[in-house]
Design a protein around this ligand. Sequence first.
Ligand code: DX5
Ligand code: ZN
Length: 221
Amino acid sequence: MPFIAPSLLAADFANLQRDVEMLNASAADWLHFDVMDGVFVPNISVGLPVLEAVRRHARKPLDVHLMIVHPEPYLEAFAKAGANSISVHYETCPHLHRTLQQIRALGCLAGIAVNPHTPVSLLEDVITEADLVCLMSVNPGFGGQKFIERTYDKTARLKDLILRRNAAAYIEIDGGVNLDNAPRLLAAGADVLVAGNFVFSAADPKGVIAQLKDIRPIEMA
Ligand code: DX5
Ligand code: ZN
């Protein structure tokens, strides 16, 4: 069974407590929290005070996705604000090995997020330092974008790398995930599915989360 991580980016920020409580009562495993700086990505979202506010109401782990340049000085603050996992982007971290160790030392799962153009082969020498690899299946910065089809093959290649290196990282897919692409993503090796708009634009978000949670991998012919 996959882990389901609804993305709060698609929640109603004026009713965040209501939406977090809906997720508490749902089959969601983690709450995905997107931080954007307007530099690494062409959008600005929310940061530490909002994470602290969510932490006060969330009864599930908070999966923090940092789309920010120079994340290193802020890792401790995100851990203190309530992050259970912190993913930094491969593209923003020249000393990624050290940064992942810093995240683990803070007691959080250490994640590497990877842009669509970044090959997973670049993770060969760092994969055992990661608890999570977040494969971006859209270009980061916005919710509601179209899923990039090449992600299936990329997921399978990452799964091979993880097995070959005897690593234990979860594979998380972020962007454009829905009930059509999820079965094939699971078949390719995905463990965690992030879903923003697909959950929050549904008439019955809890029902959609339950459906995602119930998906079984289906190999494509
Ligand atoms: C995009 C974010 C995603 C986003 C996913 O930059 O990292 O987490 O919220 O939203 P959907 O599922 O709508 O593509
Ligand atoms: Zn994200």
